[in-house]
Design a protein around this ligand. Structure first.
Ligand SMILES: Cc1ncc(COP(=O)(O)O)c(C=O)c1O
Length: 395
């Protein structure tokens, strides 16, 4: 029997699932695959996380349901971190919500906010975690991120009618996939627009610690008037190389936290308590751990930028995130390019169009491997680039 909902049909295709399957098949065939497709680096989690989790596993209380309240010590560690890192003081019980990874909160927020016919702005290209909106009766309005606009979403670009109908806007800076960052005055005018037009701002900030060359990424909650209209999403996945642990949090307006919590109460029972205890230990040691992670990723970024330039791509060194967003020569689609790179050279990259049609003409690599493997990957991708250029020169 094949009975599925119309809503299901609205969900775009999730490219990463297919890439993961292709990679598995090639590895089984003995191909030396280098996977740069997903933001999941080959770096171990912090030792303090592993040690604390181990200890927590022997505490029977950790094996109970977490529910939405979760572990108070995790909420408190989040509040301490928000204050130390951003100077933002929050109530750990009313203004923080533990999440099973930030995707857990991002994907369920639309259900808590949007009514039929409301508009939800999502960045395009953008992270597919916002696509939960397609499962609501709201209207999804993908906003194209353009290099000439510094990849920023300018709410005031929307028509008066669109602004009046917009209920929720997802913003993500430092940005996946473009690596764009948000200047302070941009955040100020965006918060102002959200107040003016009664828009909830979902500020997705999982890369705030993955920054380079002395750049320090802000929390939008640093803008004094932001809290009333904002939920900000954080994650331990990238900052602390803990993708599989599934731990993040939402922080911001107590009303919005309560609304998200209500939805989540019916779909999940919160992150594993032992993981929250480990997360608290990590956040209390965030500064040295982040410094170490930044050193490693800056080295990887430098190596990747150098190697990809050497093989003929124009690449700028991003100030943040674990991604290079690389422009392709005209005459090749990003899916064709990514497919050739995988099948002919055993390197997995993400085609730009997999993150939305405005991503066409680009591919994304993630800094998942060390300098040596990155060099090898760039050399292999460079071979496909040369062939593409030769073919288009002949045409
Ligand atoms: C922009 C963005 N937001 C959220 C996430 C999800 O992170 P988490 O592992 O916390 O669910 C990702 C993961 O790649 C991301 O790129």
């Amino acid at each position: 029997m094949s009975r599925t909902s119309d809503r299901l049909g609205r969900l775009p295709y999730y490219a990463v699932n297919e890439l993961a399957a292709a990679k598995k098949r090639m590895l089984a065939e003995g191909v030396d695959v280098i996977d740069l497709s997903v933001g999941d680096a080959d770096i171990p989690p912090p030792e303090v996380a592993v040690r604390t989790l181990h200890e927590a596993l022997s505490d029977q209380a950790m094996s109970r349901y977490s529910f939405q309240i979760g572990l108070i010590e995790f909420r408190e560690a989040v509040a301490r971190y928000m204050e130390r890192r951003f100077g933002v003081v929050v109530d750990p019980m009313a203004e923080v919500l533990p999440l099973i990874g930030s995707k857990n909160g991002l994907s369920h927020l639309p259900f808590a906010i949007l009514n039929t016919g409301d508009i939800c702005i999502i960045p395009e290209p953008g992270y597919p975690g916002y696509f939960g909106t397609y499962l609501t009766d709201a209207e999804v309005l993908p906003y194209p991120l353009r290099a000439e606009r510094q990849f920023l979403i300018e709410l005031e670009d929307l028509s008066a009618d669109q602004l009046a109908r917009t209920g929720l806007a997802f913003l993500n800076y430092p940005n996946n996939p473009t690596s764009a960052i948000a200047p302070r005055d941009y955040l100020e005018r965006t918060v102002r627009a959200c107040h003016e037009h009664d828009i909830v701002l979902a500020y997705d900030n999982p890369y705030c610690e993955m920054t380079f060359d002395g750049y320090v990424a802000p929390s939008v909650l640093e803008i004094p008037t932001a809290r009333d209209v904002t939920l900000e999403f954080h994650s331990l996945s990238k900052s602390f190389c803990m993708t599989g642990w599934r731990l993040g949090w939402a922080v911001g307006s107590s009303e919005l936290i309560a609304a998200l919590q209500k939805v989540k109460s019916y779909v999940d029972t919160g992150p594993f308590l032992a993981v929250q205890r480990a997360g608290a230990a990590v956040l209390d040691n965030a500064e040295p751990l982040v410094a170490e992670m930044q050193r490693e990723f800056q080295e990887r970024r430098d190596a990747a930028v150098r190697c990809f330039r050497e093989v003929g791509f124009e690449v700028e060194a991003p100030k943040a995130t674990m991604y290079l967003w690389i422009e392709l020569p005209s005459g090749v689609t990003s899916v064709d390019f990514a497919q050739r790179v995988l099948e002919e050279q055993g390197v997995a990259v993400l085609p730009g169009s997999a993150l939305g049609s405005s991503g066409e003409g680009y591919f994304r690599i993630a800094l998942t491997v060390g300098a040596e493997r990155t060099r090898e990957a760039a050399a292999r991708i460079g071979r496909v680039l040369n062939e593409v250029r030769e073919t288009s020169a002949r045409a």
